[in-house]
Design a binder for this molecule. Structure first.
Ligand code: SDX
Length: 427
């Protein structure tokens, strides 16, 4: 811990402790500031605010570094599996072979959903956005799993966490099947987590479904890239919902709702739609011009990030995965060429250089997902599927913190000062 931070207001001087983590910026502990000074801090987008202490994930935005429990995302994407990363996030360490087998079996045995849950899908129009279905069905899980909603029981918290990680692929695949009018496909416990998801999504009861190992590996890597990411908007939503004591299923449903926004997880769907709208490299300058125009609300979707002021390391891995998937499927997609040229032109444009706007995780993901066969409406569902393990790991970390309290920010009030009621005949 370094010297105290010195602060003066209304002619009084105050000192607040400076806390140092294992990586990243120091923090000024201002928990006593309001009680001592009568003033609040003001940080609407939380650009300078640390909301919690966490051991899960660290991002160095200027260096383009992303670590999960200390392991670089590039190494995990290259050498690990989503189930291994899930174990790492939930239990703190990469598993031994026996620990992996035990964890994988536990998750595998929770992949089925309550049979009555299937009825929820019938209430949606066939053209309902799958994210609307995810918000509803995941929130409804709390009506089925009362035996794992006591958040003060670590065993129940872990069962709920396993259930959520295990059932998201099933629920997501069912949302897709419902939207295309095909029957739901039950989980197959002989398949990997990701292979099982691909079969539930693209398999049909009328014939055998062979998981393509190269696509399974690419999909699994995409899940790894989306697993967790510090205190992003949806994770902060899960933490805030959880801080009131809400059950984990309700908290994850809140996270799904927040992720849906185009500025956050919805950007992967918006980015591919943008690339299709651009359509040809010749039209890129027109869109770059619009993105720079203050009077035009258009932004390059898949570009920019609150934390990364260098290249998002996930985008690099994603771009490499596009090439591998195209090679495997022997497909070419002109949209990839548009994306590559758009990136090249943007990264050489002073506007993007000065504002440190680089491609983020959402810029290339849609191209791969589209090549694998997912409709754009499923892209954010896949993001939510993968991020669920990060959300539950962050939620567990918060609930098990003895100092945990309900989150309740204050405000700068600029509304009318006190005034008396005026009867309607006097207005
Ligand atoms: C994710 O937080 C996370 O970790 C999120 C995430 C995760 O894994 O959880 O990484 C996943 O959400 C990735 C981001 C996906 N969103 C998009 O791709 C949407 C497009 N990008 C933006 O809307 C924006 O960049 C944000 C929302 C990502 C970040 O917004 P900030 O940090 O609030 O930055 P800002 O909006 O204040 O922008 C700073 C400046 C502005 O110009 P000035 O007002 O300073 O003149 O950069 C400009 C913006 O106009 N700008 C862009 C731009 N993004 C920012 N200009 C054109 N195109 C863009 N994409």
């Amino acid at each position: 811990m370094g010297d105290n931070a010195k602060f003066s207001i209304n002619g009084e001087n105050y000192e607040y402790p400076v806390l140092t983590g294992t990586e990243g910026p120091d923090v000024v502990d201002i928990r006593k500031l309001y009680g001592q000074t009568g003033a609040f801090t003001y940080d609407p987008g939380f650009t300078s605010t640390a909301s919690c202490e966490s051991e899960l994930t660290f991002i160095d935005g200027s260096e383009g570094v992303l670590l999960h429990r200390g392991y670089p995302i590039e190494q995990l994407a290259e050498n690990s599996s989503f189930m291994e990363v899930a174990h790492l996030l939930l239990r703190g360490e990469l598993p031994t072979a026996d620990e992996f087998s035990d964890f994988n079996n536990t998750i595998t045995r929770h992949t089925m959903v309550h049979e009555q849950l299937r009825g929820f899908y019938q209430g949606f129009r066939r053209d309902a956005h799958p994210m609307a279905i995810m918000c509803g069905v995941v929130g409804a899980l709390s009506a089925f799993y009362h035996d794992s909603t006591d958040i003060n029981d670590p065993a129940q918290r872990m069962i709920a966490s396993h259930r959520l990680v295990a059932k998201m692929p099933t629920i997501a695949a069912m949302a897709y099947k419902y939207s295309i009018g095909q029957p739901f496909v039950y989980p197959d416990n002989d398949l990997s987590y990701t292979g099982n998801f691909l079969r539930m999504t693209f398999g049909v009861p009328a014939e055998e479904y062979e998981v393509n190992p190269a696509i399974e590996k690419a999909m699994d890597r995409i899940f790894i890239l989306h697993a967790d990411h510090e205190q992003n908007a949806s994770t902060s939503t899960v933490r805030l919902a959880g801080s009131s004591g809400a059950n984990p299923f309700a908290c994850i449903a809140a996270g799904i709702a927040c992720l849906w926004g185009p500025a956050h997880g919805g950007a992967n769907e918006a980015a591919l739609n943008m690339l299709h709208e651009i359509g040809h490299p010749d039209r890129i300058p027109e869109y770059i011009k619009r993105a720079k125009d203050k009077d035009d609300p258009f932004r390059l979707m898949g570009f920019g990030h609150r934390v990364y002021k260098n290249y998002d390391p996930r985008a690099s891995v994603m771009q490499e995965t596009v090439r591998e998937v195209f090679e495997t499927l022997k497909v070419k997609d002109p949209v990839f060429e548009v994306a590559l040229q758009l990136e090249e032109m943007a990264l050489n444009d002073p506007y993007f250089i000065d504002k440190k706007l680089f491609p983020n995780v959402d810029f290339y993901s849609g191209i791969i997902l589209s090549a694998i066969g997912f409709p754009t409406s499923m892209f954010t569902v896949l993001f939510a599927l993968a991020r669920t393990v990060g959300w539950v790991a962050q939620w567990n970390e918060m609930i098990s913190d003895p100092g945990q309290r309900i989150g309740r920010p204050r405000q700068l009030y600029t509304g009318p000062t006190k005034r008396d009621y005026v009867p309607i005949d006097k207005r």
